[in-house]
Design a protein around this ligand. Structure first.
Ligand code: AMP
Length: 284
């Protein structure tokens, strides 16, 4: 399938198409994105097609999850290319609303998820998960999919969305897809486009350092020793500031401490390379 999917920009048009599929007894999957698509996004579309008859992708650069000093204006946008790639991956419909459709005048509601939102991104980007949970709650209500797919690349976000869907009884199954990486291990990200050629070469150090950290944790080294060693190696390679390298429980997001980490541990990193902030995580 390589036809360009139809693009709808209103909730009414989105619901009309989804209702027609439902009336035919067909299942619908949703893949929310901010566009600037890469293989990571497309893998979620393909995963969606194994769970549903049709995949709806949304493309919306959500102002509510960016702080004023962050990269909302610079965030890469290219709807034509995105539509082409989505069509090739088998996506049937694109929902690409304007900001005024998502946040009309008088908009006053925010969805805040306690607990799993707390550490890591929650500390470094205090506005972030409120913005994400609010927009994802809206997108899921607008589309009404049977399943919705999110990448483990943004693992904490996946947990926040799962928690929200459960807590709000949203009638949708939340599915996580594995992180898609470049050949040298760097996680694919729309923000990798910000890296210069030199920075892109240095960026490969990040997955290498983290692979060593995972290895050390598996061998029983305590997180309290592994974390500073990884930070030091990243700093020596030219990363900075390094927001965190931390091991947390992969379900509760509880910080893991001085002893050896147990099953279900994950190690999380966020580090700047020039003007680009890279985040990633690995199961231990
Ligand atoms: P974004 O457009 O960056 O907001 O991402 C949209 C969705 O794609 C989110 O669920 C991300 O977790 C997921 N995603 C982004 N990068 C990757 C990747 N490299 N591998 C798998 N999923 C990804």
């Amino acid at each position: 399938m390589s036809d360009r999917p139809a693009i709808v920009r209103t909730v009414a048009a989105l619901r009309r198409q989804v209702a027609a599929w439902r009336a035919a007894g067909e299942r619908v999957a949703m893949v929310p994105t901010m566009g600037a698509l890469h293989e990571g996004h497309l893998s979620l579309v393909r995963l969606g097609l194994t769970r549903a008859d049709h995949v709806v992708a949304s493309i919306f650069v959500n102002p509510a999850q960016f702080a004023p000093h962050e990269d909302f204006d610079a965030y890469p946008r290219g709807e034509g290319r995105d539509a082409q790639l989505l069509g090739e991956a088998g996506c049937a419909l694109i929902f690409a609303p304007d900001v005024a459709v998502m946040y009309p005048d008088g908009f006053s509601t925010r969805v805040l998820v306690d607990g799993v939102s707390g550490p890591l991104e929650g500390e470094k980007r205090p506005q972030f998960f409120g913005g994400v949970a609010t927009v994802v709650a809206k997108l899921l209500n607008q589309c009404g999919p049977d399943v919705a797919l999110f990448g483990e690349k943004d693992y904490q976000q996946l947990l926040v969305i799962r928690r929200m869907a459960r807590d709000l009884d949203l009638p949708v199954e939340i599915i996580g897809g594995p992180t898609v990486r470049e050949a040298d291990g760097l996680a694919m990200s729309s923000r990798n486009a910000y890296l210069s050629a030199d920075e892109r070469a240095v960026a490969a150090v990040l997955p290498a350092v983290m692979a060593e950290a995972v290895e050390a944790l598996r061998d029983g080294a305590p997180a309290a020793n592994v974390e500073p060693a990884a930070i030091e190696r990243l700093a020596a390679a030219g990363f900075g500031p390094i927001d965190y390298v931390q091991a947390h429980d992969g379900e509760t997001m509880e910080r893991l401490g001085p002893g050896p980490v147990g099953p279900g541990a994950r190690v999380f990193v966020a580090a700047w390379l020039g003007k680009t902030r890279l985040i990633d995580n690995w199961a231990v």
